[in-house]
Write a protein that binds this ligand. Sequence first.
Ligand code: HEM
Ligand code: CA
Length: 247
Amino acid sequence: MLLGNNTEQSDPANRSIGGFSVIESAKRVLEFLCPGTVSCADIIALAARDAVELTGGPMIQIPTGRRDGMVSVASNVRPNILDTSFTMDEMIKRFSNKGLSLFDLVILSGAHTIGTAHCSSFRDRFQQDSKGKMKLIDKSLDSSYADELMKECPLSASPSVQVNNDPETSMVFDNHYYRNLLTNKGLFQSDSALLSDNRTRKLVEDLANDQQFFFESWGQSFMKLTSIGVKTGDEGEIRRFCSSTNA
Ligand code: HEM
Ligand SMILES: [Ca+2]
């Protein structure tokens, strides 16, 4: 079972993930043309790869042949992802558990150059006092940026309100994310941490100054990301529908 109580999708950390119907449509076409061949895991990896290219990022070739898992339990979610509140050491640990380096952490975080976030993922970085004035809680956040965020995310805001991750070029895969970090305008605490930490500051500066360097590095780190824990051979299966296992 992949949907419903206690599955990976049911964990609140996964609540904002969308696009499942798009993956299912791609699967429908593939099953019609070429049954039992392309896994849902491959479709998702290729969709992520294509999203980067379609928004102006680097073109990357990645291997296919992933097989789909048969087990989905909510308790597997939290230990395998990061939270925006993590310290640098916690992030490094989670990444190294997957064979990813400190370099990969800085490069892959650059994905926050596109897309959006719900207010709840950064609202604890500032507070609104009784007069409506912004009080900065996290001093690594630029206060005028925090002011803007508070206006977009007032306490009265609906939980569905979203803001752009990279306000000026949220639809463009560029190195603007790193430029934002340099001016203390990282949206999540986990973004700001990359500039605050001595181990990663220089790399952030280099990426902010050299988009080509970001694009080349992205190719390498994304390749590693899409190779983690891949099932091959007789492990798993090729699902017929991405929303359920075959059995
Ligand atoms: C380093 C640790 C990371 C943390 C703590 C983190 C956290 C988050 C959070 C909280 C959001 C907003 C979710 C919401 O409120 O709707 C988000 C959005 C996003 N993240 Fe990350 N993320 C991390 C790494 C990554 C990586 C490695 C990638 C891709 C390689 C990535 C790609 C994205 C994208 C594309 C969005 C925007 C999604 C959308 O527009 O729907 N993130 N991230
Ligand atoms: Ca951008």
